[in-house]
Design a protein around this ligand. Sequence first.
Ligand SMILES: C[S@@+](CC[C@H](N)C(=O)[O-])C[C@H]1O[C@@H](n2cnc3c(N)ncnc32)[C@H](O)[C@@H]1O
Length: 352
Amino acid sequence: MFDAVRDAERIVYQPSSSYDLPPLSDKDYWVYAKPLNPLRSSSSKRHASPPSNASNKKLKANQYQVTQYYNDRPDYGKDLRRKSPIFNLKNFNNWVKAVLIASFARFNPPPVARVLDIGCGKGGDLNKWTKSNIIDYVGLDIAEISINQAKTRFKDMRNKSFNTHFNTLDCFKEPLEKAIPSQWLDSKFNAVSCQFAMHYAFDSESSVRCLLENVTKYLQPGGTFIGTIIDAGVLINALASIEDDSNMEFGNSLFRVQFDKRPDEHNFYGQKYNFHLEDAVDAPEYLIQWDAFTELARSYGLELLAYKPFQEVFYDQIHVKEFQRLAAHLNIIDNYGTPILSDDEWGTVGMS
Ligand SMILES: C[S@@+](CC[C@H](N)C(=O)[O-])C[C@H]1O[C@@H](n2cnc3c(N)ncnc32)[C@H](O)[C@@H]1O
């Protein structure tokens, strides 16, 4: 399935033989000028319900498993990270996140913009923000050890061009005020980022509402909410091709997805599966029903501008010089601008 997508893309995308690709065509300019997938805050009224505490023991156990999992993961450092079986995949994902940040959360100098990173993990995106002309970065995560690693990563960064505040918070159950000092909330955020973390909020409606409340409460009107998620549609399609209910598992050498029961199409929340990504994740996650989410997000004043699969982001944006240079630096393209990921890596990319 994924190979077919790649082959089709190869036909559409004809790489130049030199590294300096020709100037952007009108179409490319149009694509570049067109937003990718941020949700933009408007000043329209929000109808937010206060987050309620999830009492369900099972949900708590799942959440505990997620927190423990991320807390237990060591930060291997640059050299060991290179040896990871998903090194290229991580680089590809980092490239997509960098494109997203550069396209929708880069501000004019002087640096006055402020950013909130929900589920910031070990601070893997800190470097990406250095070009965005931001003055303040707030990073929150439920995993305390990850937060400590993020602090260390920032301390070790050569180019410290912004102030930081890190803290632990269950961002899908608790309000921002619990983790961010009031002086850090005096001015609003210009961008809120939530990368590869939103699926944990979909255990219940109250968690998703809490996420949206935290995203929008201090987001400047006109500010952007950017994020990366697993595409539930891809998982549902793959599951549909499995007839045997006793073994609802699929994947490749890098990832495995396993459902205990088939998703209930009438229920947007709590549609659990287990996600295993070699050397990265092994924890319960929840399908994000994108249409239901954008509908709910609208009621919090967020208008959807666009939504794009990673593979499309690649072919749309690889023409842009800055992004092309970054892709070459990350070793994810060859001299012709073609992605050099293995079939399984590319298949895994196809899930986001
Ligand atoms: C796949 S990692 C992504 C980390 C980072 N955003 C990145 O892209 O490198 C998912 C992160 O979400 C965090 N997370 C999960 N549930 C959370 C919650 N309820 N509140 C805050 N963070 C959460 C995990 O601890 C983990 O660090």
